[in-house]
Every structure is written in C-alpha cells, then in structure tokens.
Design a protein around this ligand. Structure first.
Ligand code: HEM
Length: 460
C-alpha cells in the first residue's frame, strides 16, 4: 500500500511552526489546527518533529502498549524532570524507579484505600463549605481560587497528613505560586532555543528559586515525619515503610520528595480546573442544574454525605464525565514507538518520534460523538452509553500503565465536593453574560468566571 504524507502547516525557516501556536492559549490553536488538518498533522519546532493525533481511531492505535509507550522526550514533561526527576509522572518508559514506585503506591491509590481517606477529605471540604457560608450570598466566588485551596489542602492532608491551611491564608500560598510560575516557564522553555534560554538570566534565577521553594516544603514534610513517625495510612507512610516485592527495594528520600511534589502538581491544578469547569457548565445549563440538584436532594436529603451515598448518584457521574469530555484539564499525552510504525494503514511514524494524543480533540471526534460535539449533554454518558463507547473515546486520565494513578482519589474528592456543595448552596453566575475564557498553564482552567453561593436554609 502507499504511504500518505502527514500534513504540516507552512513552516518558517529555523523556528518551524512556532507561530502556529498561540503562546497564551495553545488549546485554541489545537482546536483550529484540528479543524483545518483533521485527524493527523505534524508540527516542527526548531527541527524537532511532533505528530498530533486527533481521531479516536488513530488514538486507539497509538494507545496500543505493545507498539507505543509514554514519551517524555523533548516535551514539557522532560523539562519538569529537573524538579521531579524519575518520579511517577515524569519517569521515562522503563525506568527502574517508576516500577518500584508504581508497585509500592498502587495499593495506596486503590479504591479501598481512597475510601479510607473519606473523613480526611471531608475535613478539608467542610472548611470550604464553612467559608462560603460565612461569606454569604453576595460574595463573588472565583472557583479557580477556592477549588485550588480545596484540592491542594486535600492532597497534602490525605497524602502526607500535612495541613497547608490555605483556607486560612489570603492570596496565593507561596508553594502554589512557585508551582504555577515554574510550570508556565517549563512549558515556555520547550519552545525556546537554548541560546535564548541561557541569556534569560532573571527568568532562569526565578525558575531555580521556584524549585527551591517546592523542594524545601517537601523536605520539611519528610523530615518532620521521620522525627515523629505515626501509623496513619497515608501515602507518605506507604512510601517510607513500603518495600517493592519484586526488587526488594524501597524509595530513597529524594525519590519520596519527588513523588510528593508530583502528587501536589498532578493533584491540585487538574482537580481545581475540573471543578471550575463543572460549575461553569452546570450553572450555564439550568436543566442539568435542576436534575443534578434533584438527584442530590433525593439521595442525601439533609444528611451529611457518607460513603454509601457515593454509588447512588448516576446523573452526577454522567455530568462529571461530560465535563471531562469537553474540558479535559490535561489536553493530552505523548507517546512514541521504539521501532518505525505505520498508523491508520498509511501514515509513517519514524521510531522515537513524539506522537501527541490530543485527548481534547479525540473527545470531539464526530465519528464517536455525532455532529453536536460542542454541546454539553450529560445524557451521552447515561444509561450504559458510557460503557458502550468504543475503546479510547474518552481519555481524560491518559492511557494504560502510565494513566492517572490519582483517578480514584480525584473521583471521590470531586464527588464528595459536588454532592455537598449542591446540597448546601444554590449557585448563580455573577455575570449571566460571561463567555467562557480559558487560562492555560500545563493544565487549563476557567478565567474570570465567578458565581454566588447562596446557602439553602432548609438544608443545613
Ligand atoms: C498521570 C490526568 C488528578 C496523580 C495522569 C495522566 C493524565 C492525568 C492525563 C497521564 C499523563 C501522561 O500520560 O503523560 C488527571 C486529571 C486529574 C488528575 C484530569 C483530575 C481531574 C490526579 C491526582 C493525583 C494524580 C489528584 C494524585 C493524587 C497522577 C500520577 C500520574 C498521573 C502520579 C503518573 C502516573 C504514572 O505515569 O505512573 N493524570 N489527573 N492525578 N496522575 Fe493524574
């Protein structure tokens, strides 16, 4: 059979396709490039080629772990390695420490262990509820701020029993601030030539300082636990006390610090972005709002949320899935093949070339989702329809062995938050004419979206 050329937008000498990507919001460029080029195209930055895959069918092929595996080469993740090293998220395929950490930590991230974190999650959630009740119905809430506090405090408390107390801090926590600017810079570095980078001395100094702030907190937490050991079943104890059965090895202190920073990075922006988009869509669609609140009222009534409630909210689950379809807070993930490959029967993929699975566009593949892909319609995910989707149609959590380890964690955390918030408050957009704007770093979140949380007197 004959091979087809993978299309590429016209490139500029030397820098390649750099001007095809909006530096503020790359997502917008990825949407429009997909409209123009379809299921596959390539981009070249300073001579480095990346293939981008937008359709469910091609995604399913490159998600075949017998042919492709996660790629950390020449992308933002490789940049982040200067901070998190061979930690779970940024480990190269096949690195020994990934296997050790994966085996030591998988049970601790499993659904049963996460259920064990229910009370700790509720502890942090109740601080959010209390804050919004005290603020009252006329206070404009920016969900990106308060959900970041929720997500951040929850992961720090559940993972290492460490209270960040962000709800008692005005402004941005120094760790969150450092992480935000570190991740933005890590993303920019990928598109910058080395010579330019070396000349940006103040940017480089800030980059190093941001890393120091994060490592200092991680070190403080590990040292504090070693001075005062306890028997809590948190992730830190799992790492300090766990031994990998396969190799007999444990994680080093440096590795534990890198994993903790990984959880804090992976666990707070993604979660808060997701919850912000959830609020945006539900408030925008009154029919969804009413049905969601009715389900929560029927199941919870005036009771405090319990473990048993979690499995009785199918409509809420469908809304969550639909929000993740339209707005996966991680746009996608990179894979590569150790040998030359042909995908789709006609596209040649040279070995070790990065192939980016653009989940945000796979989630808009009309072959799977129909002509109304942009419509927010939770019914797509109801009554067995989600289970009947073709493979790899819905991938907000990535693929295979390198998919999200925190999936059960965030699912429970978000479910508890959503059910409790809609039980206790009515929500109204501050500006009913607000048009969705997105702020993009390594993840995406709402920008400028605000709402009022009106306590429901009969529910408290
Ligand atoms: C990996 C999404 C929350 C921990 C991933 C990947 C995705 C993802 C797409 C794969 C990345 C790749 O292939 O390069 C999300 C989303 C979240 C979320 C959308 C929230 C809505 C969390 C939380 C934690 C977490 C709360 C920790 C508590 C991890 C870890 C990995 C990972 C450790 C690396 C797994 C490995 O390679 O072994 N996540 N995540 N994530 N996530 Fe999440």
């Amino acid at each position: 059979s004959t091979l087809a050329t993978i299309p590429q937008p016209p490139a500029v000498p030397l820098v390649g396709n750099i001007f095809d990507i909006d530096p503020e919001t790359p997502l917008n460029s990825f949407y429009s490039l997909a409209k123009e080029y379809g299921e596959i195209y390539k981009l070249v930055f300073f001579g480095r080629e990346t293939i981008i895959v937008n359709s469910r069918k091609l995604a399913a092929e490159v998600c075949d772990e017998r042919r492709f595996h996660k790629s950390v080469r020449k992308n933002t993740l490789e940049e982040v390695r200067c901070l998190t090293g061979d930690g779970l998220f940024t480990a190269y395929h096949g690195e020994e420490n990934w296997g050790i950490a994966h085996r030591v930590l998988s049970p601790a991230f499993g659904p049963a262990s996460i259920l064990g974190m229910f009370d700790d999650m509720y502890d942090i959630l109740s601080q959010l509820v209390l804050k919004w009740e005290r603020f009252g119905p006329k206070h404009a809430i920016d969900p990106a701020d308060d959900f970041t506090r929720l997500a951040f405090d929850t992961i720090a408390y559940c993972a290492m029993s460490y209270r960040l107390n962000s709800f008692y801090t005005e402004g941005t926590n120094p760790f969150v601030e450092a992480m935000g600017s570190f991740l933005t810079e890590a993303g920019s570095r990928v598109r910058r030539p080395g010579l330019v980078q070396r000349m940006m001395s103040s940017t480089n100094a800030k980059y190093a300082e941001d890393q120091r702030v994060m490592l200092d907190l991680a070190r403080e937490i590990v040292e504090e636990r070693k001075r005062n050991p306890n028997d809590r079943k948190d992730l830190l104890n799992a790492m300090l006390n766990g031994k990998d059965a396969q190799t007999g090895k444990s994680l080093s202190d440096t590795s534990i610090m890198q994993q903790m920073i990984t959880f804090l990075i992976a666990g707070h922006e993604t979660t808060s972005g997701f919850l912000s988009f959830f609020m945006y869509y539900v408030i925008k669609y009154p029919a969804v709002y009413s049905r969601l609140q009715a389900e929560i009222d029927t199941v919870l009534g005036t009771e405090k949320i319990s473990r048993e409630h979690l499995s009785k909210l199918p409509y809420m689950v469908a809304v969550m899935r639909e929000v993740m379809r339209l707005k996966s807070t991680i746009l996608g993930f990179a894979v590569e093949a150790p040998q030359d490959e042909v995908i789709g029967g006609r596209f040649f993929v040279k070995k070790e070339t990065s192939v980016f699975v653009m989940a945000c566009n796979v989630h808009r593949d009309p072959e799977v989702w129909g002509d109304d892909v942009e419509e927010f319609r939770p019914e797509r995910m109801l009554d067995g329809k989600f289970e009947a989707l073709p493979p790899k149609a819905w991938m907000p959590f990535g693929n295979g062995q390198r998919s999200c380890l925190g999936r059960s964690f965030v699912w429970q955390e978000a479910s508890m938050a959503i059910a409790t918030l809609f039980q206790r408050f009515d929500f109204r957009a501050c500006d009913p004419s607000y048009e969705l704007k997105i702020k993009q770093t390594l993840t995406i979140k709402t920008q400028g979206f605000k709402f009022f949380a009106i306590p429901r007197k009969d529910r408290t």
